[in-house]
Design a protein. Structure first.
Ligand code: IVH
Length: 714
């Protein structure tokens, strides 16, 4: 591709991005029916922004990205905002935050700035107007200049005060006026005559769950998140709907406050914006944090998670601390808003475009992002299963950079209709392998290519097989190098031989020291020590660890064999049931029916066991392991434990023992431990800083135990 063609392609991509972003904006802000999550929208916007930075010639002033989102719906009366409702510039990492901090200090020519940190709510921004202490009008943000009058709906929200609480003259709110002693006397009332509050209409996560449950039953809209639900509830012509939806409100800003009649008169009928008011009046609120205090004084609900931070370290600590609370926080949040606390400094910094320079929104890592599929490759797993992988440019998602995502199998590719060259949505949650969840079909240029599964194994050229009833394709070759490599890695990790990482194993294989997992146990110090970059000490460590791990429980041994469908749990069930490997082998080879009768063992597992133990290669491998010194511990037949039939989920940090130990204790009493909460979970044991598992338990009505309660049960 020559330069001109490459540039043309970039221009095309920019245009595609623009139109897709516009479409999503419209779906979100106008139709209240978002088709993707915010992360996806953000990710596309980020790509557009960075392309435009690199190719400013494609900038277009009148393009959507230079405007604040939202458009007043015709069905509501339009309201002009006296003070524009702005947006925030986002930062996605501490590095970006540090850049912002540097810029702020450089512009202000100072070396220290106080920052105010507060929660960034995921709801609907509204402006509330109070005259003489009475709520007279409320509006949505709309496009920032013109919003929609939703007063009647807002009146249905209990936490929005209809009349303000007079702030006592000797109260902290008034103390704010300490700046200019004497001017207090001109105030004949402790209520502002004019007040414009900004805040967020919210729906709690709990309310969303029950609303969706109800709506599902009635075949009505299911809301993707609390923000859409809050927005959808308030942008309705019938206020009854807002009333029924159990909405909430949190105030976070004062756009304008005017104290006393004289003040209002002196400023004329058009009450000036806060900043102008500040210039003209002596009733200065010195800091953003003081606005919060005043809001509380006047009876507004203000979130308590806020802090004045003296430096960026404190800001970062605040962000980290809230991140832990966030999963269990009552409302949906997507970050932290950081403001320069001093309002005069805010004014100095001013607004550029649609966002103030004195505020920044730190966004928590996106769990979803968009990227372009460069290629689809096929990975051969330890059991020979072929897994297609989408390969893309390194992309930041959920705090880490990823460059591939699993596509699971060919059916998934067909379901997604994924083609090479497609723009896709990828998702990563916690430690889970990232996956492709959606193709943005509208981003296609026509050059995308379909992908077909290979007919032969990409590692060993053996013809691929499909097993009946299964979606996956397999490489059947027992000597397949890719399969064996994966299996080796898996084997040593189940055996807990941590000294042997994948790189070392590859090296040993290349040096001819091992051909399969069985050879690991005959390795000698003298084999390893002469190798480049090893030496006596590390050779000794490796050998010591191998010897230490030669003795293994039956359940781990079974798991380590890597039998298809026999994971950690199933291996444990089998070990409990059969007690010895010999018992299991003889039943698996002869009596398929009785295998299927065992609790938790379905036909897929029993067929797989049957196939595995009939294969002479596998029996030879087991014999080799034993011959080379692996000893399998016998299992005591299951005692009638008090936790029989119960499944526990552990979450958070326990004070008196590690989670590993707690797991052992549960297993010893006949119980099971699972990694995720479902309706079949008997108990969730919640330690300190328990996370989403606790929330799930509460959602599903699963009994939650404190550590103390759990200890009593033992
Ligand atoms: S401050 C300058 N504080 O975030 C305008 N905004 O991305 C920002 N938001 O439209 C006002 N929580 O809907 C502020 N504690 C908070 C917020 C917050 C949520 C929303 C608000 C705004 C959007 C900008």
């Amino acid at each position: 591709m020559n330069k001109i063609e490459a540039k043309k392609e970039i221009q095309q991509r920019i245009e595609k991005l623009r139109s897709e972003i516009s479409r999503l904006r419209n779906a979100y802000h106008v139709e209240n029916a978002p088709s993707v999550t915010d992360d996806v929208y953000d990710s596309l916007s980020r790509e557009l922004k960075s392309l435009l930075k690199e190719y400013p010639e494609f900038n277009n002033e009148s393009s959507n990205e230079n405007r604040v989102a939202g458009k007043a719906l015709d069905k509501f009366v339009k309201v002009n905002h006296k003070t524009r409702m702005l947006s925030l510039n986002d930062v996605f990492s501490f590095e970006e935050l540090e850049e912002w901090d540097k810029r702020v200090k450089k512009l202000l020519v100072v070396s220290q700035v106080n920052y105010f940190c507060e929660v960034k709510f995921d709801g609907l921004a509204v402006s509330l107007i109070y005259e003489d202490g009475k709520f007279i009008r409320g509006a949505t943000r709309g496009d920032g200049n013109v919003g929609e009058d939703i007063t009647e709906n807002l009146k249905m929200i209990d936490s929005i005060p209809l009349s303000l609480k007079p702030a006592k003259k000797n109260s902290p709110a008034f103390a704010l006026g300490d700046l200019e002693q004497g001017t207090h006397d001109s105030l004949n009332s402790s209520l502002p005559v004019y007040l414009e509050v900004r805040g967020e209409v919210l729906m709690s996560k709990k309310t969303l769950v029950s609303l969706n449950k109800k709506n599902e039953k009635e075949g009505k809209t299911i809301f993707a998140n609390t923000r859409n639900a809050a927005a959808g509830s308030v942008r309705q012509l019938d206020p009854q709907i807002a009333k029924e939806r159990n909405l909430d409100f949190r105030a976070y800003d004062i756009a304008e406050v005017v104290w006393g009649e004289e003040m209002k008169n002196s400023l004329g009928p058009r009450v000036a914006s806060l900043n102008q008011t500040l210039e003209n009046s002596s009733f200065l609120l010195p800091n953003h944090s003081d606005k919060h205090k005043l809001l509380k004084q006047l009876g507004f609900p203000v979130d308590e998670h806020d802090a004045i931070c003296k430096n960026l370290n404190e800001v970062e600590d605040f962000i980290k601390k809230f991140e832990k609370i966030r999963p269990d926080f009552k409302f949906g949040t997507d970050g932290i808003v950081i403001s320069v606390d001093d309002l005069k400094l805010q004014e100095t910094l001013g607004v550029v475009g649609k966002a103030p320079r004195y505020m920044s929104a730190f966004k928590y890592p996106a769990e979803r992002a968009t990227t372009i599929v460069k290629d689809v490759r096929v990975n051969v797993g330890r059991t020979g299963v072929l897994t297609p992988l989408a390969i893309f440019e390194p992309t930041l998602v959920a705090g880490s950079t990823v460059s591939k995502a699993t596509l699971h199998n060919i059916e998934q590719i067909e379901r997604l209709d994924l083609r090479i060259g497609d723009t896709v949505v990828i998702q990563k949650a916690g430690d889970v392998i990232p996956e492709v969840v959606e193709v943005l079909v509208k981003m296609r240029t026509g050059k995308e290519k379909k992908f077909n599964m290979p007919k032969v194994c990409p590692a060993c050229d053996t013809k691929i097989e499909k097993k009946e009833g299964l979606v996956a394709s397999f490489c059947p070759n027992p000597k397949c190098s890719a399969k064996n490599e994966r299996y080796l890695d898996f084997f040593v990790s189940v055996f807990g031989i941590y000294e042997l990482g994948p790189k070392i194993l590859r090296r040993f294989k290349d040096e001819g020291l091992i051909t399969d997992a069985g050879d690991i146990f005959t390795l000698q110090k003298e084999d390893i020590a002469p190798l480049d970059r090893f030496g006596e000490k590390s050779a000794e460590n490796i050998i010591n660890e191998i010897n230490l791990k030669k003795k293994i429980s039956l359940s781990k041994f079974l798991w380590a064999l890597g039998i298809l469908h026999v994971g950690e749990e199933t291996a444990r069930d089998l070990a409990q049931e059969f007690g010895t490997l010999e018992n299991l082998i003889s039943v698996a080879r002869q009596d398929l029916a009785s295998l299927s009768e065992i609790e938790n063992i379905g036909p897929a597992v029993s067929n797989s066991l049957h196939d595995y133990f009939f294969d002479t290669h596998n029996i030879a491998f087991i014999e080799k392991l034993k011959k080379n010194g692996v000893t399998i511990e016998k299992v005591e037949k299951k005692k009638a434990g008090k936790f029989n039939g119960m499944t526990f989920v552990l979450t958070g940090a326990l004070a008196t023992m590690s989670r590993e130990l707690a797991k052992e204790k549960i297993l010893a009493h006949g119980g099971k431990v699972s990694g995720s909460v479902s309706k079949n979970t008997s108990y969730v044991v919640a330690g300190e800083e328990a996370g989403s598992k606790l929330t799930n338990a509460q959602k599903l009505g699963v009994k939650v135990l404190t550590e103390e309660e759990f200890l009593k049960m033992l």
